[in-house]
Design a protein around this ligand. Sequence first.
Ligand code: ADP
Ligand code: MG
Length: 322
Amino acid sequence: DAIANQIAAGEVVQRPASALKELLENSIDAGATKIQVVVKEAGKQLIQVIDNGKGMSATDARMSFERHATSKIRNSQDLFSIRTFGFRGEALASIAAVAQVELKTRQAADELGTMIQIDGSEVKTQEPVATTPGTSISMKNLFFNVPARRNFLKSNPVEMRHIVEEFQRVALAYSEIGFSLMQNDMEVYNLLPGKLSQRIVGLFGKNHQSQLVPCEELTPHVNVKGYIGKPESAKKTRGEQFFFVNNRYIKSSYLNHAVSNAYENLLQADQHPFYVLFLEIDPSHIDINVHPTKTEIKFDDERTVYAVIRAAVKQALGAHHV
Ligand code: ADP
Ligand code: MG
């Protein structure tokens, strides 16, 4: 039913950037080595993701928009508890409930692909189509059928900033995948596959090249790997700080503090260091399902994680200053 679909969709698709996140994750799951993103009007008019992944059969393509058989949403109580689930099999159904979607997909072994058009959960057409192997999904006119949500979207610059942030997070986590981002027919990024340091330079500019300090600390509980910025590259804004846990972007003011604390008196109070740090930790020691968009995390031993990060950054800075 349409209303239940739209309510569930609101949990997954809060804004254009959250739809982009789901589409990018699907492309990565499909084994893509090249992912192109096309955005118009900050994603309000169009978000298109084109990948060279394994594609889908015509039947699977049709199935991919079905909400998986689930009893998650029966009443308002369930709607609240869905926050603890993670959204397996919800993303495409949710996107199709609140946008006009066109999917083109082809498996390499098939001669023809399939094209499906869906408006607000309603399948308009499905037909064979000549297309390259992989998948292209266009999401047009987000919330066209939910005016209250459409009006709730922020200005184009704000929504575009969320899109770029989401794109940056995924592009950092998968530097071995080529990514591009076009906005209103202009190229924002064109990132070749490569090492993390090259990806950082591709995303944040050439002046980072000489400013990156490798940071690595391997312990039985947690591994830390990545780059931090030299103290002299610190900025007055907090933008370029990234933590990934088991390759998923997370937010943690507690762990931010571990890094800035390690810089100690190398920074002024209003300066924020650049960093991209990847933590690897046994999944049994974390809980990533504390937030519907899954960017927050609980560690069962956060003090140890804090200490290891602080030590890693201190050591990297020390080595840099010798
Ligand atoms: P989930 O990713 O949790 O399974 P989604 O709604 O995001 O749920 O996607 C539904 C299904 O559609 C996926 O399980 C996958 O089989 C298929 N799919 C979605 N996007 C792609 C893609 N880009 N390439 C190949 N298959 C895809
Ligand atoms: Mg998915």
